[in-house]
Write a new protein. Structure first.
Length: 256
């Protein structure tokens, strides 16, 4: 299939996904050794079509069989291959593995500008939004109660105090959640890349369960800011919601 596509491609091209094949022994851990003939065939096709394997900046193994103890197998089956000219024209090209919680295959992302420093706008007015994902949070009730019951009876002043108190609290809360997400993602990396497979399967399931819970909270966080009412429950769409929310922010700034 790659040869047929390569024969018809007249310009730069990228192919990515689950190849169900490995290139060398470093891309598999556990189970039987990879079949040499299949590895050599994969390499020959890449050399013939002048394709480059973009190594991920984060993560390595992309498939885990989720078995316990000594039966755990890890392989790098998912990847991006590009023509040499793509790498030459996009020096900041990068890929990374995004750990999943509901699948034995992890997602991979290709970013043509992934290694280029980026600046993100920050508007403090977004800090005053209340989040539905914290509606059952006991801490937020205490923050509101302290701000509301301070001296003064003017309702306008009370509301403004609540807004002012919630702003830094929400930023801190979201930052803490993002920090835990990064920590769990790193923990999954360490478990998958670990040489020991005795307790890896159980730890992997528990860590992915907690990460799935935080992904749901983060999705709710950005869903509210995007005001996308057509989507209620479903796939992880944080990367869709974030640009939508950022777009609203830009329009607010232009009108002010």
């Amino acid at each position: 299939m790659l040869r047929r596509v390569g024969d018809s491609a007249q310009e730069e091209w990228v192919v990515g996904g689950d190849f169900n094949a490995i290139l060398n022994d470093s891309e598999k851990e556990g189970g039987r050794r990879g079949v040499r003939g299949q590895m050599y065939e994969f390499k020959d096709v890449m050399d013939e079509l002048a394709l480059v394997d973009i190594k991920p900046d984060s993560g390595w193994f992309t498939w885990v069989n989720n078995r316990d103890e000594g039966s755990l197998i890890k392989e790098r089956l998912d990847r991006f291959l590009t023509s040499v000219s793509v790498v030459e024209n996009y020096p900041f090209i990068a890929t990374k593995v995004v750990r999943q919680t509901q699948s034995d295959h992890d997602a991979i992302i290709l970013d043509l500008w992934g290694r280029k420093p980026k600046d993100y706008p920050n508007d403090n007015r977004l800090s005053f939004k209340f989040d539905v994902c914290w509606a059952k949070d006991e801490d937020v009730k205490k923050v509101i109660e302290r701000a509301w019951n301070r001296d003064g009876t003017n309702y306008g002043d009370k509301i403004e105090r609540v807004r002012s108190a919630l702003g830094p609290w929400q930023c801190k809360k979201y930052g803490k959640m993002k920090g835990e997400i990064r920590k769990l993602q790193k923990q999954i990396e360490l478990i998958i890349d670990s040489d020991s497979r005795e307790e890896s399967g159980k730890m992997l399931k528990e860590t992915r369960r907690r990460l799935d819970f935080l992904y749901a909270r983060e999705e709710s966080y950005w869903a509210q800011r995007s005001r996308s009412r057509w989507l209620r429950e479903g796939d992880r769409n944080t990367r869709f919601f974030h640009p939508k929310a950022s777009g609203r922010l830009k329009r607010i700034i232009l009108r002010s």
